[in-house]
Design a binder for this molecule. Structure first.
Ligand code: FRU
Length: 501
């Protein structure tokens, strides 16, 4: 969020004049999603960044998100709110949390307190508890460094209305400027709530029996992983690998200092003993090899019979997110993805695939003949391509009548995405760079396209790349150059959840 600080001074002078504390409760008439160009989640109006408080409860996936309803650039943060029964079709709900005298409502998580450990509800009607950061900009401007503190709010009606806890904050800042983004989970084997919190250049682990009284347990990561920027939005979870071994994984977003410039999310595979997270990992591992998957964390309270590890990231990058409004777009979320851990002889890799529910909007696939691939074929704005690469090198060229081109290179052991000649690339210096990833052998690729984004998943999600592009008209034609003639491509249109731009 470093960029924010730069924006902040100017922005807040303007916005503090127009910003008044508003009262929650005014319904948005339960709007069905009104996405303009996508099957991705986006807010009904204006600014959105991180996904927050992702929790499943009573048949609904809740998605809260960093939101500034009054402008298309970052500003006083609220928690926007939407629910879905299938992670694809979303219903927008009124804003859940408004900023107040303690500060803006920064990122955080939500849990269902089934045993009513907090005493904020009852066992019959367990409270949904949101744990978030108050960021007090007034204090920040006065020069304080303790302006970020952790707080809770609760809902007794499936997230429809929220009360902030009277005794907030529940964790006071110990004197560190960047102190935010609590992600809380119930850890059954240690019978306690565990919080991971981003603290400047490391993650602090806290625990609690009741979500209100928290004890600092340990710190992780000061000398591990990438450190080109501030650590943000951590998550910690236990997962079984495909070989049946249990591991703990920590996700940590970082900005700047991401793999492709600007923001990025790294992860560590290790162990957690109820107090300390440790790892023997020496390399820096990235969740995504593109530039536009940030601040992603997992859903909580997914029923055991489902058992999936569900992830959503913010499909943007602080290097240019504040300029996305200038090209008539809104920031979106990634497709919801299911995470798995793949163990090889000497490594553990986090893999991601779009959730199967995406098939509710995907039409049946049609194989595309090699002649059509060579001459170019027309596509809808939103679609998916399932690709079996040929023996040699291939290049997919996504283009439009304005001559914009997005290039995807597929070779035996490398994938590249080149958006440097694709529409407006001037939003940031990091925007036009070519994104590359190498692997032992490229076996299979699926690509999800919409008006402004490409999400690529290769080798069953062991490699994924998420990138935005901004063209004036959609990329409506695809060509393939393939030096062996044996690439296989299946094309399936995706129905937009509402009409395109
Ligand atoms: C990550 C982040 C968080 C912060 C929020 C503010 O993108 O910078 O660290 O809580 O955004 O909107």
């Amino acid at each position: 969020m470093k960029l924010q600080s730069m924006f902040l001074v100017g922005l807040l002078i303007i916005q503090s004049c127009q910003f008044k504390q508003k009262e929650p409760g005014k319904a948005l008439d339960n709007l069905e999603v009104s996405n303009s160009s996508s099957y991705h989640f986006e807010p009904t109006v204006n600014w959105m960044n991180d996904p927050n408080g992702m929790v499943y409860y009573a048949g609904e996936y809740h998605l809260f998100y960093q939101h500034f309803p009054d402008s298309n650039v970052w500003g006083p943060m609220h928690w926007g709110h939407a629910v879905s029964e299938d992670l694809i079709h979303w219903k927008h709900l009124p804003i859940a949390l408004y900023p107040d005298s303690l500060g803006f409502i920064f990122s955080g998580s939500a849990v269902v307190d089934h045993e009513n450990t907090s005493g904020l509800g009852s066992k019959e009607n367990p409270p949904m508890v949101a744990i978030y950061t108050y960021s007090n900009q007034k204090e920040e401007f006065k020069g304080s460094i303790t302006f970020q503190n952790q707080a809770i709010a609760y809902s007794l009606d499936s997230g429809r209305s929220w009360k902030k806890y009277q005794g907030n904050p529940v964790i006071n800042n110990p004197g560190i400027k960047d102190f935010r983004d609590p992600k809380v989970s119930w850890v059954e084997e240690y019978k306690k709530w565990v919080m991971v919190l981003a603290v400047k250049d490391h993650v602090s682990i806290y625990s609690s029996k009741n979500l209100i009284d928290w004890t600092h347990e340990s710190d992780f990561g000061e000398s591990l992983g990438a450190h080109g920027g501030v650590w943000e939005c951590p998550d910690l979870f236990k997962i079984k690998s495909d070989k049946g071994e249990e591991h703990w994984v920590m996700l940590v977003s970082i900005n700047p200092g991401g793999l492709q410039g600007g923001s990025g999310t790294q992860y560590f595979v290790g162990d957690f003993d109820g107090t300390t997270f440790s790892t023997s990992q020496n390399d820096t591992k990235w969740v995504d090899f593109g530039a536009d998957n940030y601040a992603g964390v997992l859903y909580s309270n997914i029923p055991e019979e489902d058992g999936r590890y569900l992830f959503i990231g913010w499909m943007s990058n602080w290097a240019y997110a504040n300029k996305v409004g200038l090209v008539d777009r809104k920031n979106m979320m990634t497709l919801p993805r299911s995470i798995s851990l793949i163990s090889t002889v000497d490594d553990n890799i986090l893999a991601m695939q779009p959730v199967h529910e995406v098939r509710t909007v995907t039409s049946e696939g049609t194989p595309v003949s090699i002649e059509k691939l060579r001459s170019g074929f027309e596509t809808k704005t939103a679609y998916t391509l399932a690709i079996v690469p040929g023996q040699g090198d291939s290049q997919l060229i996504f283009t439009n009548t304005l001559g914009d081109s997005l290039l995807v290179g597929l070779s035996q052991n490398e994938i590249s995405i080149d958006r440097s000649r694709c529409g407006n690339v001037s939003l940031s210096d990091v925007f036009p760079t070519v994104h590359k990833v190498t692997m032992k052998r490229l076996e299979q690729v699926s690509i999800y396209m919409d008006r402004s984004s490409i999400e690529l998943f290769a080798n069953n999600g062991k490699v994924n790349m998420t990138d935005l592009f901004f063209t004036q008209t959609p990329l409506s034609k695809v060509f393939v150059s393939d030096d062996t003639n044996n690439i296989g491509v299946v094309y399936s249109p995706i129905s937009l959840i509402s009409k395109p731009l």
